[in-house]
Design a binder for this molecule. Structure first.
Ligand SMILES: Nc1ncnc2c1ncn2[C@@H]1O[C@H](COP(=O)(O)OP(=O)(O)O)[C@@H](O)[C@H]1O
Ligand SMILES: [Mg+2]
Length: 587
């Protein structure tokens, strides 16, 4: 599965106008009752507004021209009452739909966020957080605006137009057809130009996403930027992104504004037609003044909503472009599915086994070439080799952050893909090269995703830590378990972060514990402490240590050299050193 949202072929999740509207309406399925009520309100509103001109025409022909002013007064009263009810129903409808818009944005943000949470590591490698944030915030907002402000106006306008159109045709068919021809031209024009307008808006939303990604990158890396005095460089990059956003916004604006003048022009043409044709009919004696006044009013009632539709159509095209971007995320699924392993269970299988594993990151070269090895329960393994050789990649495949392109990874004799995420996370502890912490306290970070000790008091937890010989690691934190961890660990040293990550992993008592250069930033005394803790692990724990420094691998039962994606067993530490002495090089 291709996880790069910005490289997906443009038509992969692109909605046509109709398809888009349909899938958008699916979104509001559970709001059906509210929407039905709102539609009724808008129907009432439109009907009342449509009856107005008819009554006015009748008043003119029946009462004004015959000078019966009492009747004029009565009809004025009726009209006033009608318009008041129309106003109330319109207000009621607006409030209802405002709520619908807010609930949609709430639901959408939830589903996008939940979807993102389910996606595999590969997705996060491919997409910038800034762009994702823009999709969750900005694009959903466009949709919500459409639902809260535009949808009902849309329906109202169409209902009014159809009603007015019927009146126009019924009062005088020839005049009616002449009046409606310009609308037909508008319709054809709108159909033709809408995809183009939508694509302009899509470009604009995309560049908003890129700009947001640019901001995110410079905010994340501000220390490097300042230390290397590259503020100018980032300013320039932001400038480029901002200019691009400006350019696409102008493009979208130009496209969006094209409807209004065209709609305006054709509605003026229609009014002119009505007026000249109508007066001609009156001179022929086929038409009354009252009818012409009603008629003009209906023509206005037809073309005004049409003009309004122009701006609503724009808002719809913007919403559709946003919906495409949101759907792109919603249509993704985690390609790391759980499969059923049919193979018979072996007796005493190795804890971890690679069988002819090939792996490469998405869209890149193959990194691991045909790797096979097995690791036994309770033993300690060291992975050594030059930077960029593939150690972290091998460990990531072991922990199933990624699936191999070819070959199988087995955990306790079973395809690792046959374990649920929960089971796998319990069995494998992975201390990343760059540990990540959450804002909160040391305690919360140590107990992250640990159901066994979650409810323990601090004192009980300290006893557990003591037993595991972990409590000495807390000494570097002033307030022990309750020491604050701020902004995702920014307030701590990398070494301290590694200590927390270490406690987090060890406390979960995994069967396979992988340390990816976990001691690289820790002083030698603490490192000794970590060594003791590792010695103190349950007998059956399998340990995989990735390290630069030789002293951390001295105790390994088996050492693997990993270089250019090849894994070569080198035996025990002593055997490895002998090999080295015999002229074989580490890298
Ligand atoms: N997320 C990634 N996307 C693409 N390539 C990557 C990614 N992570 C690592 N690589 C590449 O994989 C190779 C092995 O990297 P890695 O396993 O991190 O090496 P090591 O841990 O041995 O230093 C390198 O060439 C690196 O550029
Ligand atoms: Mg590494």
């Amino acid at each position: 599965m291709n996880y790069n949202l910005n490289s997906l072929p443009a038509n992969e999740v692109k909605h046509s106008t109709w398809g888009g509207l349909k899938s958008l309406l699916k979104l509001v399925e559970q709001e059906r009752t509210t929407i039905v009520v709102a539609v009724c309100a808008i129907l009432l509103n439109s009907t009342l507004n449509l009856l107005g001109p008819f009554l006015i025409g009748m008043t003119i022909d029946k009462y004004i021209q015959t000078k019966q002013y009492h009747g004029v007064l009565v009809f004025s009263g009726i009209l006033f009452a009608m318009y008041s009810v129309a106003f109330v129903s319109s207000y009621f409808q607006t409030n209802l739909m405002g709520g619908v818009g807010q609930r949609i944005i709430f639901e959408l943000r939830n589903s996008i966020f939940n979807k993102i949470q389910q996606l595999p590591v590969a997705f996060f490698n491919e997409n910038k957080a800034g762009d994702l944030i823009s999709r969750v915030n900005n694009d959903t907002d466009k949709l919500s605006q459409f639902f809260s402000q535009s949808l009902m106006q849309f329906i109202g306008s169409i209902v009014t137009m159809i009603g007015a159109g019927i009146f126009l045709l019924v009062i005088n068919i020839e005049l009616g057809i002449a009046t409606l021809v310009p609308a037909l031209i508008i319709l054809i024009f709108t159909r033709g130009i809408s995809p183009w307008v939508k694509s302009r808006n899509a470009l604009n939303l995309k560049s908003t996403g890129s700009m947001s990604a640019e901001i995110q990158e410079s905010l994340n890396n501000f220390k490097v930027i300042i230390a290397f005095n590259r503020r100018d460089y980032f300013k320039k990059r932001f400038d480029i992104a901002n200019k691009e956003n400006y350019r696409t916004a102008i493009g979208a604006g130009l496209a969006n504004n094209i409807f209004l003048p065209v709609f305006g022009l054709f509605s003026s043409i229609a009014q002119l037609t009505v007026l000249s044709f109508g007066i001609y009919l009156i001179t022929q004696g086929d038409f009354s003044v009252g009818l012409l006044v009603s008629y003009l009013s209906y023509a206005t009632n037809f073309y005004n909503p049409l003009r309004q539709l122009a701006s609503l159509w724009t808002s719809f095209q913007v919403a559709l472009a946003g919906w495409d971007r949101i759907s792109q995320i919603l249509s993704l699924s985690n390609n790391l599915v759980t499969v059923f392993d049919h193979s018979a269970e072996e007796e005493n299988p190795p804890l971890m086994e690679f069988r002819n594993v090939h792996f490469g990151y998405q869209g890149g070269f193959e990194i691991l070439h045909n790797i096979s090895f097995s690791m036994q329960k309770g033993k300690t393994y060291a992975l050594v080799g030059p930077t960029g050789g593939g150690k972290t990649t091998t460990a990531s495949v072991m922990a199933r952050l990624y699936d191999p392109l070819q070959g199988t990874v087995l955990l306790k004799g079973r395809d690792i893909r046959s374990y649920s995420d929960q089971e796998r996370a319990e069995k494998i502890g992975f201390i990343l090269q760059e540990p990540f912490l959450f804002s909160g306290t040391v305690r919360e970070n140590i107990l992250y995703s640990n159901s066994r000790y979650h409810h323990f008091t601090n004192q009980q937890l300290m006893e557990v830590l003591e037993e595991a010989k972990l409590e000495a690691l807390l000494h570097t934190f002033d307030q022990g378990l309750e020491s604050p961890v701020e902004s995702g660990g920014e307030s701590l040293s990398i070494g301290q972060k590694q200590l927390i990550a270490f406690m987090r992993a060890v406390l979960r008592k995994p069967e396979l514990l992988i340390l990816d250069e976990a001691t690289a930033n820790i002083d030698t005394i603490t490192e000794k402490l970590l060594g003791q803790i590792l010695d103190n692990l349950p007998e059956e724990t399998t340990l995989v240590v990735i390290a630069h420094r030789l002293n951390t691998i001295e105790n390994a039962d088996d050492i693997y050299f990993i270089n250019s994606g090849e894994v070569t067993p080198a035996g025990s530490f002593k055997e490895a050193v002998d090999k080295l002495m015999n002229g074989k090089r580490l890298s």
